[in-house]
Design a protein around this ligand. Sequence first.
Ligand code: FAD
Length: 413
Amino acid sequence: MRYDVLVLGGGIVGTSVAVHLQERGRAVALIDRRGPGEETSHGNAGLVERTSLLPIAFPRSLPALAEIVLKRYPGANYHWSALPRLAPWLLAYWRNSAPDRLDATARLMYPILSTTVAEHRALASKADAESFFRDTGWLKIHRTEEDCRAEEKSLALAAEFGHQVRHLDREETLALEPSLRPDFIAGTHWTDPHSVSSPGGVTKAYASYLAKIGGVVLRGDAGSLRQGGAGWTIGAGASQIEAREVVVCLGPWSMDVLAPLGYRLPLAVKRGYHMHYRAADGATLGRPVIDEAGGYVLTPMVGGIRLTTGVEFARRDAPKTPVQVDRAEKLARDLFPLGTRAEPEPWMGARPMFPDSRPVIDRAPRHGNLWLAFGHQHLGFTLGPATGRLLAEMMTGEPTHVDPSPFSAERFG
Ligand SMILES: Cc1cc2nc3c(=O)[nH]c(=O)nc-3n(C[C@H](O)[C@H](O)[C@H](O)COP(=O)(O)OP(=O)(O)OC[C@H]3O[C@@H](n4cnc5c(N)ncnc54)[C@H](O)[C@@H]3O)c2cc1C
């Protein structure tokens, strides 16, 4: 079987790339070893951001760093065994977390981030996925005055870019989310972002739309990709399929395919966990609630209230160590009446991340017919459809809706 383009990886990024290419007249096969939306794009917190302009930074102050090194901050964990190999990446991440660099990254990300809600909603309406979406923003709770002050830089950027933010005292926060327990002093309601009740469900709906408009969704192993003749071949079940062009959208697994082709890009992972809870006493949530000091997010999902954790630095494939779920759960129970756990063990995923907190969306530097779209870190669910549109525009020679240069693969040399 022959296609114009093989898109490897059926997460939100690959599925969105495939849809945008098929809509532009390319014959596309989307290939995943599982089904679409069953890995990282399934297990996230479901935020479709616009306002998180400042990247999540490596701590620069000694007290904050000490909290992490001593494993006192519930939002972070690490495996000692992973540190020697990760050290150069962590150093680069630390350098990129200097205040001036964070500010520069925010400005480079702003053009694409400002399109994300509109791009998701446009795709959702065509894919009949509107019912998953909420336009209720998200709520950050603050336990101390220090928590409130920690948000000042984000608020200044939000004001500069015209984002809507409501500052709430405790009573106003409780009026917005009446099931919360008053374990905080204030809240900030970021009203521009949207959120979804099933990120995996949304990704699957986009994949069904791909099939409806003539694309093909196949099971296959990206590890069997071979260059040959006028393009590429890959094994999908018993058949060999061929295409002129390939797009690598394998999220945390992208370098598994690219390293054998000679690429060395500094991709690492920040692992994260989730657990669902039944809500006790008829409690409800209308939007994701972020407790940054506690290092977790609570989001109402189709499977219950989903608690997602912060980051874990570990080898991608090391066994799960979900200590953060236990720690965050204790804090979350003081904030919201969580009932029993809905699953026997936590889900784990890995945020694919470059040390400058920007994805790669580009043609591969040494292969004219190989394209790259991965490394979307904490914002991959958000950025999927906008990335799909941008890469499809680049591949078809259309004018691009945002400048792709911040996402060049060659920025790493
Ligand atoms: C706890 C947590 C919370 C998060 N919260 C948010 C949030 O609220 N909002 C947000 O925007 N982002 C969030 N993220 C980040 C977001 O989930 C990711 O950035 C995004 O899902 C990455 O999408 P992707 O398509 O690049 O990768 P994936 O979804 O991982 O897709 C990659 C695909 O490649 C396939 N694959 C891998 N190897 C092979 C192979 N050899 N052959 C074939 N197929 C293969 C996999 O099966 C998978 O389907 C969160 C992440 C975590 C872990």
